[in-house]
Design a protein around this ligand. Structure first.
Ligand code: SF4
Length: 363
């Protein structure tokens, strides 16, 4: 058994799954990379809204990150956003860095592979998983490339040092191992926290010093929302979150404070999504800006756009070359589920969270 085969067995025994959002088996990815002699790109872009855990790993655990990456292959590059402190640290350490434009979809797995091939920073449709190489939709050759999130690679190093038993002493049997959570928004101590699946979400919020809050956005633009009243009962667990229209994703909890207008927050976030389309696919290029405009109009009191909002929302999922429009649809569906009453109040010219401001708008 060679070195990589031993590593694959170790990772399989530990049950490590990717920490970037897809939660795919790292052992299977590394095995495929070995078979295809793939190059490795460590994704340290913190691509999700409010995410900071890649920065946490690079700034605090760089040696272990490098060890984890080199244990997979000697052919490694580190992707980070242009102008970010993460990129500066990687460059200062003399590591081979890949600069990624500071845009949401540019840090998507296939967009990073596209950049590594000298092409545009946008997702590419491909005929098979990128770890096997192949051709993109325009017929350009793609070298076999494995993309792993920075936290995933750090965990590889920890498993090598501490063993699969140590790793499985955290989390749940279905989702073993420690995992990082970024807590942002209406909290006194925003930042990155060590956690594990099965932890009560309320405990995570307390650790970050959450102020009184109305709801929590879970997983940024590719997941949904939880009401404050639900959160006391819920654990940080994929199955539990799925039942509420959310995913763990890349581990972000953004707290919407009690004095914050959640409708305005969703309007702002959808504006970001609308500006982020890479302009390749119709549902993304036209659909995402259209639902963002519909939602903003409804938030401003235009009841005539409600039907259009729901109709267009139904047209988003499953039609882009990447999952960006699916994520936006899930996000907006979650917002409508949790903030439906707030949106109704806006239609009536009121705002539950900011009554003075809404009344000022109306007068
Ligand atoms: S869905 Fe949007 S982000 Fe994804 S490939 Fe198409 S245009 Fe690009």
């Amino acid at each position: 058994m060679n070195h990589t085969e031993k590593l694959v067995d170790l990772l399989a025994e530990a049950g490590l799954a990717g920490r970037g959002g897809a939660s795919f088996s790292t052992a299977r990815k590394v095995a495929a990379a070995q078979d295809s002699r793939a190059t490795l790109i460590v994704n340290a872009c913190d691509g999700e809204l409010d995410a900071a855990k890649d920065w946490f790993v690079v700034s605090r655990h760089l040696d272990e990150l490098v060890h984890g990456a080199r244990s997979i292959t000697s052919d490694v590059r580190y992707a980070a956003r242009r102008g970010s402190p993460t990129l500066n640290l990687l460059l200062a350490a003399g590591l081979p860095a890949l600069e990624v434009p500071d845009r949401y979809v540019a840090s998507e797995e296939s967009a990073i592979v596209s950049i590594a091939h000298g092409d545009f920073a946008r997702p590419v449709s491909r005929d098979r998983p990128l770890v096997f190489g192949g051709k993109d939709a325009e017929g350009r050759r793609l070298r076999p490339t494995l993309v792993l999130n920075a936290e995933t690679v750090w965990r590889v190093s920890q498993i090598i040092h501490n063993g699969p038993g140590w790793f499985r002493s955290f989390g749940t049997p279905a989702e073993p191992g420690p995992r990082l959570v970024t807590v942002a928004g209406a909290v006194h101590h925003p930042g990155v926290f060590e956690s594990a699946a099965g932890t009560p979400i309320a405990d995570l919020l307390r650790r970050a010093g959450a102020a009184p809050y109305r709801a929590v956005s879970v997983g940024g633009l590719s997941s949904g929302f939880l009401r404050a009243a639900e959160i006391e009962q819920l654990r940080w667990d994929s199955e539990v979150l799925m039942a509420h229209g959310c995913t763990i994703g890349s581990g972000v909890l953004r707290v919407v404070g009690a004095d914050e207008c959640p409708v305005e927050y969703v309007v702002r976030t959808l504006e970001i999504a609308a500006a982020e389309t890479a302009g390749q696919c119709g549902p993304c290029m036209f659909g995402v800006p259209a639902v963002a405009a519909d939602f903003a109009a409804v938030a401003a009191g235009d009841a005539g756009r409600v039907v259009s909002l729901h109709r267009r929302l139904g047209l988003l999922p499953g039609r882009g070359a990447c999952h960006f429009p699916d994520g936006v649809a899930q996000y907006l569906a979650g917002a409508l589920r949790v903030f439906g009453d707030d949106l109704d109040a806006h239609l009536g010219g009121r705002c539950v969270a900011e009554p003075d401001r809404r009344n000022a708008h109306a007068s």
